[in-house]
Design a protein around this ligand. Sequence first.
Ligand code: SF4
Length: 601
Amino acid sequence: MTRGAAHILLSRACVNDCVFCTAVDHRLNRDFARREDVLAYLRRVVDEGVPHLVLSGIGEPTLDPNFEEYLEVAHGLGFRHIQLFTNGYRCTRDRVQRWRSRGLTSVLISMHGIEEDHDAVVQRSGSFAEAVEATRLYAEARIHVSVNTCITRSNLDRLPELRALIRELPVSRHAFSFLEWSGGVLHHPEIAPDYQAVGAAASRLVSENDQVAYFDNIPYCIVNRPIREVADQHEVRLLQGAEDLQIDSTIRKEWPSACRERSCPRRPTCPGFERRYIECRGWQQIPELVTRFLDDLESRPTAMANQPRRLLVQVPTTIPYSTHSPLGMEPREDSGESLDGDAVTQMYEAVRDHCRRESAEVVTIEWMGGDSLRLGPAFFRAAFSRTQPWRTPTVSHVVRSNLLLFDETWGELLQEFGCGLRTTTDPLFDDARTVSGQASHAQWWDNVVLAYELGLDLEVALSLGKAHVGRAEQIYAFARNLQLLGSRPIATTLTPDCWVNEAASPGGEEQGIDAAEFGSLVAQLGTLWVEDGRLFPLYPLSEWLVAPPSDALGSVLQWDPAAKSQASDRCQRTGRLVDLTDGNQSQYQAFVGARAQMGVS
Ligand code: SF4
């Protein structure tokens, strides 16, 4: 599979005049790329198998009179993804619908501050309102919308307000970009903030649980938040004038010596520091920040630096399944038993003890099946209510379900307690049946739509078995189509289908995927996802690009209500937390190989 992206700089003309524009020195020549160069380039890169096209400019690409023709040609040539970098100018419902029908799949819109801040930076009044309206029009046409915000000294303090505003818009990704030291910045270096200032503001811009916002063009050690790593930018081609250039993402970059001497694990994908900045302002306190980050990594090798220690507690509800699926279930007898209030009390006590001992600060309790919804809404209302007063650890709940019992009553309950909903499906087959013969897939889809429309925190797990090997494109298309439910991204998880319900599917063990097959499939899916601009969270890849797999996993415990606890002899109690962290991590070793295949070490 060939990967990478081809960028075309279409236009040298622009209606804005951003103070930091990298192209300011090229503006004297206000014209457009030559039509024959663009058409020849499109054919060349498509012949070479480059799947992703970006139409941008040293200016606003939609000003190019041939813009729609290029879209149409690119669509006809079969580019899988066509992205437009724009300031939102000339955006009308008719145009956007037409561009959608000509293959446009995503846009990156510039928004550099709130209202007058943005208009001042781009030096055109009314441009902020235009950009906001553009996000709505593109999203309405089912075109994925990302936003880029350049950080300047003058907008830095008000960027949290901008982030809050963008949260309310139909935006899938929001980048806060450190300025490139070229073009306008070299003429007015005073507009560029220091690395330290951006680092100090980072947690106000991108909160802990923000899945949408991230930083661009700044090292992880400065912000301790998700960044765009340079592995994403590998194999970028650029048509500039008549020149077909290969882009080296590390050009004009510097690193302090500590990164090399102490082997920072992030070095292979680190975007580095702007060389001209260092020449102008020197290293200042940067080496101290880097050293502190590396010290922290060394002292907590199994946890992400500066991240709260996380714990996942899985709670099997040990009740009858509401259906049998032939795939993805451990053989388990229906016990006929339900988890009761006493068992929940014991489980909560064990969780709090564990958190005190291990200093875990953030806990997710995942209620698993059978089908957890069979416990009924009253059970969950009581269970959720009891953790609400807890301060440390902070607790969130997730219910795992096949959704066959899901309805609006459930939706309202989960909404009230901010509880997540996870459901597993097979991304290739739409004829899933229960063992009683009941068709379940259509009902599953109806309830996925209902959960989405109710605004629930929905995560869809794709169960991948042997039958899925070699079908990455179809699987990715399923995950991508899920995103078309609306403008809010739906988190998707890749999960190995290693266990088969032998009773429901005789001979089914052959359907289980092995670690090497799974790793390779994840790598193919990850490559498609990166090429597509990471438009939705795809776990565990979303976490690995922040930390190595072993760090990102955190600890995993499972509540075994039937086991004797150590205290049970004295207290006549049963139930115990079983540590699955090692087993879980070894299961995830398959992911480590996938990460390497994707070029992420
Ligand atoms: S390589 Fe250096 S600059 Fe980059 S994240 Fe590591 S310590 Fe920071």
